[in-house]
Design a protein around this ligand. Structure first.
Ligand code: FAD
Length: 231
């Protein structure tokens, strides 16, 4: 990008940028997955009725979407769960953050997924989906039935998820290339009750394949909601 384009971008984004503060950063071991607690003073979270996504500035003129989870409308805080096991601007940004850093975003909007009353929530995706599934759990009724599977690339991360999260999903360990097959095999082993709504997120080709697979199931009568994150 030349200097003129950079200056034009800076002028254009300036009125849109909103600031937040990093309250804490927790790296999972190995450090290829991060939990980032944020304070977003300009964000009214009290009316969030669906999963949200936040467009963060991760480098000059570069933005990535992340999913706020575990929000507290009173304190205007939330947590991002970010996979950094690959090389990318978003990965580099997330793994560089430290307590008291200022972050910038250009807005938070609905990702259009929300729980359906009296339906079982079926969640399927890779680790980039953790925030999305936690947000669905937060929005669901306390007694809502939740099932599904989430695939991590590290066995240690699978253990951490199982030990520390009260999200009733089966944690799978598989390389990125094997995740589609693992999630698909998990799906084949399940029976679904009436009134199940599926939420499939993460790697786009995997999400599309899982949707095709679910559509062929006679016991899947509810809707199948897909939100592809990366390819
Ligand atoms: C609505 C929405 C919500 C999202 N929420 C989250 C979230 O909560 N947490 C989160 O981690 N991501 C989330 N994402 C994905 C995120 O926006 C970025 O696409 C992702 O982090 C990759 O950005 P990057 O700059 O690190 O890599 P890029 O520069 O975009 O990609 C670099 C390389 O890494 C590969 N890659 C990208 N992501 C992954 C991955 N997760 N695993 C393995 N390889 C990958 C790409 O295929 C590419 O080859 C969301 C995306 C959308 C659209």
């Amino acid at each position: 990008m030349n200097i003129l384009t950079r200056k034009a971008m800076a002028l254009l984004e300036k009125p849109l940028l909103k600031a937040g503060t990093v309250l804490a950063v927790r790296a999972w071991a190995p450090a290829t997955f991060y939990e980032i607690d944020l304070h977003l003073p300009d964000t009214d979270m009290s009316n969030w009725q669906s999963v949200q996504h936040m467009k963060c500035k991760v480098a000059e003129a570069t933005y990535r979407d992340y999913t706020p989870a575990g929000w507290d409308a009173e304190t205007r805080t939330c947590t991002l769960y970010i996979d950094t096991a690959h090389d990318g601007a978003g990965s580099r940004w997330a793994s560089s953050l430290a307590q008291n850093d200022t972050i910038y975003h250009v807005g938070i909007a609905s990702a259009l997924h929300k729980p359906v009353a009296d339906h079982t929530l079926l969640c399927l995706g890779d680790s980039s989906s953790l925030g999305h599934f936690l947000a669905l759990q937060q929005l669901a009724a306390p007694d809502a039935a939740i099932t599904g599977a989430i695939a991590f690339t590290s066995q240690a991360h699978t253990h951490l998820f199982t030990e520390y999260f009260r999200l009733p999903l089966t944690a799978l360990t598989a390389t990125t290339a094997q995740q589609q097959q693992q999630l698909s095999a998990w799906l084949n082993r399940q029976n679904f009750p009436n009134n199940t709504t599926a939420y499939i997120t993460g790697h786009i080709p995997t999400a599309q394949q899982l949707r095709r697979q679910l559509r062929q199931r006679k016991d899947m009568s509810g809707s199948i909601k897909v939100n592809g994150f990366w390819s």
